[in-house]
Design a protein around this ligand. Structure first.
Ligand code: ME8
Length: 480
């Protein structure tokens, strides 16, 4: 089975912050989860270069646009590599493979009679790369980007989005899980039910961007170009045979993905993606982290102090998927010390230290045996709960279930006082229970904290009826 998951392609007007890392980590969790179930993975991320933001940022940096985008694309690609993201492709919208597909899709939409020329008059927010209504402004500025919109009057190609209202609503009805979480799907439906306006699909006189075929004074609207990246990654035939299973996005760009994108695909006669999963915003002191505002926390500062796995764990456990979550160093530290250093890290160290003592001792190591009922039940229940939670994008609950299993193991160590058991067979049985539990916990962890999972699994050797354990280096040193 194939599984195709995507992240948004990010604008290159600045480096990534933990908001971008969060969406990318969520896609990575899904990719690793499905890989652990034996599926073949296509996992794409990349950068959205044909934006006016690129032009402005290059100018600000005093660089030639192409040199600037090359440098920034490298920064984004290197960032995901450093965070151990398992993407199988990295797409740039200035690549030839993309231009070809964009032209093809434009031609299909045109051939369907869904493009026409008209005059657009109104306001444009560069931060959103979208037209914005007067009524959306607060004190004359875009409430999200805190900038005044441009007043625009120009000739554009329009996409007949209004024609797709009924088709979209019918599609939503037939696909009740198309957008997750459900409350966001409700917002999308209400928006579409209120009626859709045609949207401008090109900009006049822009010399950066993909030219409209046969009308080079017009550049294809950056969103009409960017969304197509998901097809480019697979090629048109590849998309036809297996479109994306999940597009992970932030709630800020959900409408583009849940309304405009399906309408474009319907128009082009191509299959629709399986699901759009929208995360909420990570805020900093209550304000959305954003490149435009410059208030984003650098993921590498967190990694330097806590490590990649700890950052992944924090984001996935602390934030209920779909909801907003405020980041603070204090919260990060508390979670780290409580759940990782004292929780999983301490449990693994206790169990492996006790088991290591048996290796090569008179008892001859921990022998394979039958698990006590409460252990086999805990392991099976945990696995079942995690599977259900993953299908529902409830990552925090999945982790909570795994940590419940760790707490169960911890209580057992305390209650039985394994180290005081004199009888080799009884002690061996207790250790067999505990190491089995730890090993099964580690087997559920790769999607979330892959490095830690590997370290635990590598400390346990099952061979010839004997289980040998080796205590690993401290998994999560306490942070003051
Ligand atoms: O919108 N909290 O790119 P972008 C959580 N190029 N997620 C956040 C976040 C925050 N504070 N800030 C950013 C674009 N994100 C377009 C996408 S796709 C065809 C084109 C994440 O660089 C979140 O996923 O502005 C959001 O949707 C995305 O970054 C926006 O990235």
């Amino acid at each position: 089975m194939d599984f195709y998951v995507t992240t948004p392609i990010y604008y290159v007007n600045d480096k990534p912050h933990i908001g971008h890392a969060y969406t990318t980590i969520v896609a990575d969790v899904l990719a690793r989860w499905r890989a652990s179930q034996g599926e073949h993975i296509t996992f794409s991320t990349g950068v959205d270069e044909n934006s006016q933001k690129t032009v402005d940022a290059a100018k600000k940096a005093g660089e030639e646009i192409r040199a600037y985008t090359d440098r920034m694309a490298d920064i984004w690609q290197a960032a995901w590599a450093k965070l151990g993201i398992s993407n199988t492709d990295f797409i740039r919208t200035t690549e030839e493979r993309h231009l070809e597909v964009v032209r093809d899709i434009w031609g299909r939409i045109d051939a369907a009679g869904d493009l026409y020329k008209g005059t657009y008059e109104g306001l444009y927010c560069k931060g959103h790369e979208a037209f914005i209504k007067e009524s959306d402004l607060v004190d004359g500025v875009c409430p999200e980007h805190k900038t005044e919109p441009e007043v625009v009057k120009e000739e554009n190609y329009f996409f007949k989005l209004s024609e797709y209202q009924d088709k979209l609503l019918r599609f939503y009805d037939a696909h009740p899980d198309f957008v997750v979480p459900a409350n966001r799907f409700q917002e999308v439906k209400s928006f579409v039910e209120q009626g859709l306006e045609d949207i401008s699909f090109s900009r006049e006189g822009k010399d950066w961007g993909i030219p409209v075929p046969n009308d080079p004074h017009q550049a294809i609207y950056v969103w009409a170009d960017a969304l197509v990246n998901y097809i480019t990654v697979k090629g048109i035939e590849g998309w036809e045979s297996h479109p994306a299973d999940v597009h992970t996005v932030g709630k800020d760009i959900l409408r583009f993905h849940a309304v405009i994108w399906p309408a474009m695909l319907m128009s082009a006669g191509l299959p629709l993606p399986g699901q759009i999963a929208a995360n909420g915003f990570i805020t900093n002191a209550g304000v959305k982290m954003s490149k435009s505002l410059g208030n984003g926390v650098n993921p590498f500062d967190l990694v330097a102090r806590y490590g990649v796995d700890a950052m992944r764990y924090f984001l996935l456990r602390e934030i209920q998927y779909g909801e907003d979550g405020d980041y603070s160093e204090e919260k990060m530290k508390t979670r780290y010390n409580a759940d990782l250093a004292n929780g999983l890290g301490n449990f693994a160290a206790r169990v492996l230290t006790l088991a290591e003592k048996e290796t090569g001792s008179a008892s001859g190591g921990v022998k394979f045996g039958e698990l006590d009922e409460e252990f086999s039940k805990t392991i099976a229940d945990t696995r079942r709960i995690v599977e259900g939670k993953m299908a529902a994008f409830r990552f925090s609950d999945a982790l909570a279930a795994i940590w419940d299993a760790v707490s169960f193991g911890d209580r057992y160590v305390n209650d039985t006082k394994v180290w005081e058991i004199k009888d080799d067979a009884v002690r061996g049985k207790a250790l067999f229970n505990l190491v089995s539990l730890l090993d099964n916990v580690a087997a559920l962890l790769p999607p979330f904290i892959p490095e830690t999972s590997r370290k635990i699994a590598a400390s346990i050797e099952w061979k010839d009826g004997i289980l040998n354990a080796k205590k690993p280096d401290v998994l999560f040193p306490r942070v003051k």
